[in-house]
Design a protein around this ligand. Structure first.
Ligand SMILES: *[C@@H]1O[C@H](CO)[C@@H](O)[C@H](O)[C@H]1NC(C)=O
Ligand SMILES: *[C@@H]1O[C@H](CO)[C@@H](O)[C@H](O)[C@H]1NC(C)=O
Ligand SMILES: *[C@@H]1O[C@H](CO)[C@@H](O)[C@H](O)[C@H]1NC(C)=O
Ligand SMILES: *[C@@H]1O[C@H](CO)[C@@H](O)[C@H](O)[C@H]1NC(C)=O
Ligand SMILES: *[C@@H]1O[C@H](CO)[C@@H](O)[C@H](O)[C@H]1NC(C)=O
Ligand SMILES: *[C@@H]1O[C@H](CO)[C@@H](O)[C@H](O)[C@H]1NC(C)=O
Length: 511
């Protein structure tokens, strides 16, 4: 048998080597795979650009028939939904089940508003040439923190159950019975919460067995014996799949939840070859540029004011229910709620099956104008007033809910102060994992500044009302034509003034 063995050994070696090459080349970073991925990503970017060119209705600043609020998780979008959109649109105008992908039916005839965590690929289900898109962006580091906190908060609610089996069972019974949409039905929470929940129960079981609790506690984001620490959370494959660069992927329609079949390949290629991210980023930026409105979570007061004027005013104007009130609103004053950690809490408010999302939360809707005619005598000024009242109530109830939810994991005492104790290295890791979102956020800030300037130009026009009436009696008017015209006139005045002063000054100054 010896000669045979001697022959077989090299053969075996060769085949093992061959196998290894095949395996290696499969996830090899160089050569073939990169070229393939580059083709995939560029091909996608090209087809998106073509599509949008065909589809470009030109005027992106006018509100179209349908408003799609692309709600990036943890950006405070719920506040806008409850405190603005609910006041501007009747329940009948809100597309049913906006937050529920499975049962969503956009063919609803009169529906004018869609609010969803679905990514941009959802536009393929909508009449895209008649749809305006709005969104809100947030500093990516804060968004990751907030995602972590919310995952823990929602998962911790289940700890009232004796074990995981019982928690799952009770939840599914409850949901079947009430037919409510829960946070657990909605992307990305349908992945993030069960993952965290399983982890919380496992840690609790481990504590019970060990019977000792380590007093080792660095900060609220690192209480290992109670909750999956932040550093572990952000490095998990689930976080890589769903959280990091989430805003960019959502705006480009490339999330794990996409309606576009090719999304997964493009996303995986970008994750594997980070420099291909630039193509995705370009698409994301140009999408933002075309949106009717882009808000910033951080600049919540100014975002609200812009939203009221850019979106609210047009909704009211189109509904014909109001005379356009473009007077400067009362100053909003200081944000007395800035001490609360997050502007957002519940993602769904546990919608009942009817579209009346606030039905089981009457306290919140107490200050809304009558549900069936939210527009009534609404003006932009009144809208802002109502928003202020609404937001403070909403936040109070959210922070109470958070307190109750986190009772079972007291050590995970999240706060702005606690965030400051998180090691710099972890923050840097988050920044690097979210490099696309960081850059997109910078771009959003630029857009925001432009929006702000436009609005101020509109307000700075003397005798606004009379001037608008004059213009509007001769042309068909939209608030945006007015704004742009106002901006044009203002810029002309500034330029002329500038030209005059510089000319005068050149005699005295060296420029
Ligand atoms: C979970 O808890 C329920 C209710 O107390 C109990 O009936 C069940 O046996 C428990 N299951 C496990 C696997 O411990
Ligand atoms: C999305 O991500 C989750 C969590 O990683 C995973 O379980 C799920 O299969 C993914 N879905 C798709 C379509 O890739
Ligand atoms: C807002 O609060 C800060 C500090 O609390 C204060 O300095 C500032 O004057 C306040 N601004 C307004 C408009 O009340
Ligand atoms: C909502 O649920 C109730 C029963 O709970 C059912 O009678 C009703 O038809 C449902 N409405 C919709 C719009 O699904
Ligand atoms: C709205 O206007 C109508 C008539 O224009 C008036 O009767 C009604 O009282 C007003 N409602 C509110 C809430 O101001
Ligand atoms: C949580 O933190 C807040 C402020 O940082 C503090 O007032 C509170 O006592 C803390 N609670 C627990 C249980 O550590």
């Amino acid at each position: 048998m010896a000669p045979r063995l001697r022959l077989a050994a090299p053969l075996l070696l060769v085949s093992v080597a061959l196998l290894l090459t095949v395996v290696a080349s499969d996830d090899d970073d160089g050569g073939g795979d990169y070229a393939h991925c580059e083709g995939v990503v560029k091909g996608w970017a090209g087809s998106v650009a073509d599509e949008e060119e065909d589809n470009d209705g030109g005027d992106t600043l006018s509100l179209r028939d349908l408003l799609f609020f692309l709600h990036i998780p943890r950006t405070g979008g719920r506040t806008y939904f409850h405190c603005f959109l609910k006041k501007l649109y009747t329940n009948a105008e809100e597309c049913p089940r906006s937050y529920d992908k499975l049962r969503f039916d956009p063919s609803h005839p009169d529906c004018k508003l869609v609010v969803s965590h679905d990514d941009y690929s959802f536009m393929s289900k909508l009449p895209s040439e008649r749809t305006s898109v709005v969104t809100i962006l947030r500093n990516p580091v804060d968004r990751v923190f907030s995602t972590y906190e919310f995952s823990v908060e929602v998962a911790a609610r289940f700890l009232v159950h004796p074990n995981l089996t019982s928690a799952k069972l009770m939840t599914s019974r409850l949901l079947t019975k009430s037919r409510a949409v829960s946070t657990l039905d909605i992307w990305p929470w349908k992945y993030l919460v069960p993952w965290m929940r399983e982890d919380l129960f496992a840690r609790r079981d481990a504590r019970r067995i060990a019977k000792v609790r380590s007093s080792h506690r660095i900060n609220a984001y690192d209480v290992e014996d109670m909750v999956m620490p932040l550093h572990q959370y952000i490095d998990d494959p689930v976080a890589h799949e769903i959280i990091h660069n989430g805003a960019t992927f959502q705006i480009t329609g490339l999330t794990n939840n996409s309606y576009f079949n090719g999304a997964h390949e493009v996303r995986h290629c970008v994750r594997k070859h980070p420099d291909l991210g630039r193509f995705v980023l370009e698409v994301a930026k140009s999408r933002l540029d075309r949106m009717l409105y882009v808000g910033l979570t951080e600049d919540h007061e100014e975002s609200a004011r812009l939203f009221a004027h850019m979106v609210g005013a047009q909704v009211l104007f189109q509904s014909g229910a109001a005379n356009l009130d473009i007077k400067e609103d009362q100053p909003i004053g200081n944000d007395s709620h800035s001490s609360t950690l997050d502007p957002e809490d519940e993602e769904t408010n546990e919608h009942l099956n009817s579209t009346r999302g606030l039905q089981n939360n009457r306290a919140l809707s107490a200050d809304t104008t009558k549900d069936d005619h939210p527009k009534g005598n609404m003006t932009v000024g009144k809208l802002m007033e109502a928003y202020e009242g609404c937001i403070s109530k909403l936040r109070k109830s959210q922070s109470n809910r958070r307190k109750v939810s986190l009772k079972m994991v007291e050590e995970a005492n999240f706060s702005k102060e606690a965030r400051r104790q998180v090691p710099e290295a972890i923050l840097e890791q988050i920044i690097s994992l979210n490099n696309l979102d960081m850059e997109l956020y910078e771009h959003a800030k630029k857009i925001f500044t432009q929006e702000h300037l436009m609005l101020n130009a509109q307000h700075s026009m003397p005798d606004t009302k009379g001037w608008i009436e004059t213009v509007c009696s001769s042309w068909s008017c939209s608030p945006w034509k007015v704004t742009l015209l106002g901006l044009g006139v203002t810029i002309s005045i500034v330029l002329i003034a500038l030209a005059l002063t510089t000319r005068r000054r050149t005699f005295k100054l060296k420029v």
